[in-house]
Design a protein around this ligand. Structure first.
Ligand SMILES: *Cc1c(COP(=O)(O)O)cnc(C)c1O
Length: 357
């Protein structure tokens, strides 16, 4: 099905709820824009999508996604530039990754038309919800789940793809205290850690809560086999600056291929830094720390772009890193990336998808 030149049928709200939004005090993930996109998959094909008022969906108690977790999602952001155009950051990469997750979870691929044109029309309709305020953005949540009303364990025949959005405030997070996880595992080789599949996140809640009770914001996952190599942290990939080089674990079946990760690596290379994608062992980090060579550590992801790490705990040792202000590489890349996303810097890598209103 091609939606070229086709307008997605929209049922618009009688009155916008935008007046409820206080741009200066946006609570994450609690206020949703007026509309959502919904497309259903049945009889082996995606049906014509629809734009509807944001609202509840009615589901059978036997909806298979609820029981067996055929459910995937994406996370991305839209910004407003100085002209009021809406800028999406690398949306085709989110589209491709959603389909990688779909393939792993035995779900049908969504079409580029439905994803991109659906997004474009939804954002045009809810353009007023993209905050013009610096640092703020409209968070976009595409997702897909199995809708068969059937409780046998088998791939569903019916699915729903939907997209809703919510304005988010500036991320003024403090630098994080994280601890290396010696026991629990997020993902093993051959598993589904590379997919944004719902169950991965549910299974991570208990270990994360246990670490929080010990005084850390987040944990760092290690490999399932030996707990020896660094994987990632929460919903962020991890990067370190060791002796002036930017180092990050390679993506694999266990590590999610972050779009922020890829952008940071490309920018760093473009700026002339040495970049290494290779395994990073816990021992290497501890040794570098003891030698005074662990200069920077940070997480990368859509939520924070770059989240600085202040302290890494491992086996009784709190490794306190140099002050955030002095971190050359991550601060420089963070500023550069934010400027590209909001249209303040030239888009040399062709990452920005512009929607002119
Ligand atoms: C989403 C996610 C990331 C970051 O991906 P981005 O595309 O940069 O937002 C990293 N790790 C996990 C486990 C994730 O779910």
């Amino acid at each position: 099905m091609s939606l070229d030149m086709l307008t997605i049928p929209a049922q618009c709200v009688a009155e916008s709820r935008i007046a409820e939004l206080d741009y200066n005090n946006i609570e994450f993930g609690k206020i949703f824009a007026d509309h959502m996109l919904v497309a259903d998959y049945k009889d082996s094909a995606w049906q014509i999508p629809q734009i509807l008022p944001y609202g509840n969906m009615s589901l059978s108690p036997a909806t298979s996604a609820i029981h067996y977790g055929q459910s995937i999602f994406e996370g991305m952001k839209a910004y407003k530039d100085a002209n009021g155009d809406i800028l999406l950051f690398r949306p085709l990469d989110n589209f491709r990754r959603l389909n990688k997750s779909a393939e792993r979870m035995c779900m049908p691929a969504i079409t580029e038309d439905i994803f991109m044109q659906g997004l474009e029309q939804l954002l045009r309709l809810d353009a007023a919800w993209v905050p013009p305020t610096p640092g703020c953005a409209l968070y976009i949540r595409p997702f897909m789940f199995a809708t068969d009303e059937f409780i046998g364990v088998r791939p569903s025949s019916n699915y729903r793809f939907a997209v809703f959005t919510c304005p988010v405030g500036a991320y003024y997070g403090q630098a994080l205290k994280v601890a290396i996880e010696p026991h629990y595992v997020r993902s093993a080789e051959g598993g589904a850690g590379f997919a944004k599949a719902a169950g991965n996140y549910g299974a991570a809640l208990l270990p994360a809560k246990a670490m929080q009770e010990r005084g850390y914001h987040q944990l760092i996952w290690t490999d399932a086999r030996e707990h020896k190599y660094i994987e990632e942290s929460g919903t962020m990939n991890l990067m370190f600056v060791l002796d002036g080089k930017l180092i990050t674990p390679p993506v694999s079946t266990t590590i999610l291929a972050g779009i922020t990760r890829d952008s940071v690596l490309q920018l760093a290379q473009g700026l002339g830094y040495t970049v290494e994608e290779r395994k990073v062992s816990v021992d290497e980090l501890v040794e570098a720390y003891k030698a005074g060579m662990l200069q920077e550590a940070f997480g990368t992801g859509t939520a924070a772009t770059i989240a600085q790490i202040a302290t890494i705990h491992y086996d009784g040792l709190d490794m306190d890193l140099p002050a955030v202000e002095g971190r050359e590489i991550s601060n420089r890349i963070s500023t550069e990336l934010d400027k590209i996303k909001t249209g303040e810097a030239p888009d040399l890598y062709n990452w920005v998808h512009r929607i002119s209103l």
